[in-house]
Ligand binder design. Structure first.
Ligand code: FMN
Length: 237
């Protein structure tokens, strides 16, 4: 269930409090779709709290684990080709909450995409780092890869919108995991931009994959979106 995590609830609070959705005057990157501007500096306390809850190894759910254990777990429970994997990157917990619900619905395996060098927990610094990575087209090293990747034919790929795009760490993941021949269901959370350019980023990064309709939710509405998540998952089945 979309249960109770203190960190996740804080993450929802972050989405509400930290993002100004009206007007794009302060936005450094042109965003497709809805205007999104990051809140001004100096308000990281809620973000820091939410980060703590969303990090690897700190989740209270049984389906979530840190990079190495989740890799092992994913490999161990994939029975044969045709398996379903939920692979997610989540900095502050919103997208992870969606991932956990999908895992529950499908009894799928969960893999957390994480950088080898952990990201900062500071919100403003994270904005800068993410933008620098995007401008420089950096592909940060991922902490671990999926074992037995070939045993999965369906990948649910979760991520937040970052500066209107797929986070570079997710592109790193896709560059190391060949999705050709697999069905990919994208899902994401955001603070107003929706998928923006994320779907075209996925299409670019996943040649040969069968990328299906995605699910995009506002980060601050995840806790009230359980039935929407369930409906989307059942439509895909
Ligand atoms: C570095 C960074 C960049 C972001 N860029 C956008 C953006 O371009 N558009 C948007 O709507 N939200 C943006 N957000 C807000 C996140 O997409 C939103 O809070 C999301 O729900 C966070 O998901 P997570 O908790 O799984 O990390 C950004 C947040 C961060 C930290």
């Amino acid at each position: 269930m979309l249960s109770a995590g203190k960190g996740r609830l804080s993450a929802m609070a972050m989405s509400r409090r930290d993002f100004v959705l009206a007007g794009a005057a302060g936005c450094v990157v042109a965003l497709a779709g809805c205007a999104w501007t990051p809140r001004n500096a100096g308000t990281q306390d809620a973000t820091d709290a939410s980060r703590g809850g969303g990090r690897a190894g700190s989740s209270g759910t049984s389906t979530t684990s840190s990079a190495s254990p989740s890799t092992d777990g994913a490999g161990a429970s994939a029975q044969a080709a045709g398996g379903t994997l939920v692979a997610v990157f989540s900095w502050s917990g919103n997208t992870l909450a969606v991932a956990n619900r999908i895992v529950e619905d499908l009894h799928a395996d969960l893999f957390r995409i994480e950088p080898a060098v952990p990201y900062t927990s500071d919100y403003d610094e994270m904005l800068r780092v993410a933008q620098d990575e995007q401008v420089a087209k950096t592909l940060p090293r991922i902490a671990a890869g999926v074992q037995n990747w070939d045993k999965y034919s369906t990948i649910y790929l979760g991520f937040p919108t970052w500066w209107g795009h797929l986070p570079q760490i997710v592109k790193s993941f896709l560059s190391e995991h060949d999705c050709s021949g697999k069905v990919v269901y994208p899902f994401n959370t955001h603070a107003g931009s929706g998928f923006a350019s994320c779907l075209s980023d996925i299409a670019d990064a996943c040649p040969g994959a069968d990328v299906r309709d995605g699910l995009s939710l506002r980060g601050d509405s995840v806790s009230s979106s359980t039935s929407e998540i369930d409906s989307w998952v059942s439509r895909n089945a």
